[in-house]
Design a binder for this molecule. Sequence first.
Ligand code: WQD
Length: 337
Amino acid sequence: MKILVTGGLGFIGSHTVVELQNKGYQVVIIDNLSNASLEVLKGIVAITGKSPIFEKLDLKNKSAVQAFFKAHQDIQGVIHFAASKAVGESVDNPLMYYENNINTLVYVLQELIKLKVSNFIFSSSCTVYGQADTMPIAETAPIKPAESPYGNTKQIGEEIIKDTCKVNAQLNSIALRYFNPIGAHQSAKIGELPIGVPQNLIPYITQTAIGKREQLSVFGDDYPTSDGTCVRDYIHVVDLAKAHVIALQRLLESKNATNFEVFNLGTGKGSTVLEVIKAFEKVSNTKLNYKIVDRRPGDVISAYADTTKANTVLGWKAQSTLEQAMLSAWKWQKVIN
Ligand code: WQD
């Protein structure tokens, strides 16, 4: 069974390709290599021994998207990761984000309708909730005005899919709202490869520990939390990848209750920045060099998932602890240096 994974050489995409191949799916990857390298393809093959079909293609090119689907009419499902995802960059360059994250989604959906491909998994984000009023955050939590153009593209993306599914009953979709994906495959052959200075906490921690960065700046310790630093739900990327395969199987077996479903993917546990640092120091047996600085604009105080729906309806539960995830990130950092 052939499954298309757009953005399949990215951090979550590549781990999902591995899990799809482990389950016997034939995988086609589309990636424009704007935020990934072909080395990742080698890593996937090194883990599974199977070569996905790879097409370097920019989904902003509508005619190229049409040509691709013409050549792959046997696709049974699509997992759509391809998008830009740096919150700060999206504030500075909103039009690049709206073009890259919205136009591409529209072009892919147009081809799925034409081809009558009926299974579509969308990479969404807990960012759609903004600063939720109550913790943990359930799928029923109100969607608040996005804190960034990036978050807005995820909100708009879900609306586009919902509206499309309403008038195309044969299209079945699931939006997966990730909390904070971290870590790397236990083989240390694939992992997170931030380009330039890492925006996210975990790669900045591991790059500091390996000496690539001077010191970690902790963005504020005056928040109303247990130790003053922000709370997030850090989920191992392999747990996240497995959830994508389960969600796809749900659609392939027509087990979905409606033709547009949403699931939060997190561990259900919130950790402060200082707790993450402590976990890292424990598993790496190193002392991390960090300092407290001012808050980062746009940060929410706290965000962690109510995982009841994913656990009971999807039949999926995150397995890895924060420490296991941090250890996998550290093992990976030592490989890529
Ligand atoms: C986590 C915590 C920072 C870096 C974003 C997107 C989300 C998803 C993941 C794509 C915060 C603190 C961070 C640093 C720090 N991206 N921090 N020093 O902002 O929760 O989520 O990335 O899907 O959609 O919103 O992740 O890792 O940037 O920050 O103190 O150098 O670590 O303030 O509290 P975030 P993050």
